[in-house]
Write a protein that binds this ligand. Sequence first.
Ligand code: HEC
Ligand code: HEC
Length: 342
Amino acid sequence: MFKISTIIIISILFLAGVSFGSDEDEILLKQANKIFGPLPQAMVSEKNPISRQKVKLGKMFFYETRISVDGTVSCSRCHPIGLYAADGLRKSIGNNCKVNPRNAPTIFNAAGQISEHWIGNRVDVEDQAKQAVIGPPSFGMPSYEAVEKRLKEIKGYGPLFKEAFPQDKDPVTVDNFAKAVGAFERTLVTPSRFDAFVKGELTALSDNQKRGLKTFVETDCMTCHSSAYVGGQMYQKFGVFEPYWQYTRSKEIDEGRYVVTKNESDKYVFKVPILRNVEMTSPYFHDGSVDHLYDAVRIMGKIQLGKDLDKSRVEEIVTFLKSLTGEIPEDALKIPLLPSTN
Ligand code: HEC
Ligand code: HEC
């Protein structure tokens, strides 16, 4: 008798526990849908519709070093696809070993942001690709004409440009180069377990990841890091409560968007970065000044929210952030064969 009642009580408690758990999960799912939502299949643009031909050509350009001033620089140097499209350096190294002013963010999911670059001085991925080829610290080419000349010299590209831009009379242009690269980047989405959860699969995240998601939301990280990209949708001051360099120990002080707008209110303002794949893209912040995700999260709590997060909270958040590590698109991992220099 005693045994049976014990079993009944235990089962009631167990069932109550389970149903309470899943109720909580449902609430969390609703919240996650409101704040984030799943990644799209591709990051489309009316100005630059994606086509198979453009993506194919754009992917080739991604590995093309012959359009750089010293013949060694391609996009893949600073955004290696197999390493989650970030180079792991504090600051990237461009042509003739020039050091870039900021850290290279991943290009995965990057086309979904309001703008490109840490200070938003590139309109979209097409604008970014176009300006990169004449960027003094990256490709360093002297002019767009010089880039077009190089592209035309590699005869194998002519027919591929024609296929990708059939309407154009003279398709071998830097603008079309940029559109092709942009189309390729627009396909680089990396869905993860988190997307499965947001789509309703309650068991896609572990209990620890769910706890971390809850902590991320309750701590108010999502006031800045929101949308399917978990960031990339607004500009904010880095160091709302205290100057960032006191925590990051940055050697140089970057004035952020002030450099672009010259508005006093834009001092130390940066684009809120996307947190997709953040586990894989150390070092952190615009100058790569912080090596560990744990420290980046602790610093965020302190200087963006004025909160001293204890060790367990920080660890919970890091556990959640790891659930944002997605699959690298299989096709993007295949390195294309480039046309020869005749
Ligand atoms: C020499 C290294 C280097 C090369 C080469 C390079 N990048 Fe970058 N990339 C960077 C750095 C550094 C940044 C950040 C610049 C900034 O914010 O001031 C960046 C930023 C970006 C961003 C913006 C990401 C975001 O979240 O804002 C995109 C997109 C991008 N690069 C794509 C490309 C493409 C496409 C190419 C080739 C055409 C390329 N990059 C070549 C280093 C490089
Ligand atoms: C007030 C807006 C705001 C809030 C709130 C906020 N962040 Fe940030 N976050 C930013 C900005 C802006 C940056 C870019 C800083 C820079 O210039 O390097 C950033 C950068 C980061 C980075 C570094 C990403 C990278 O690729 O280098 C991480 C990680 C991060 N935030 C996590 C969090 C977490 C976790 C919380 C909550 C504890 C949080 N953030 C709260 C605005 C915010």
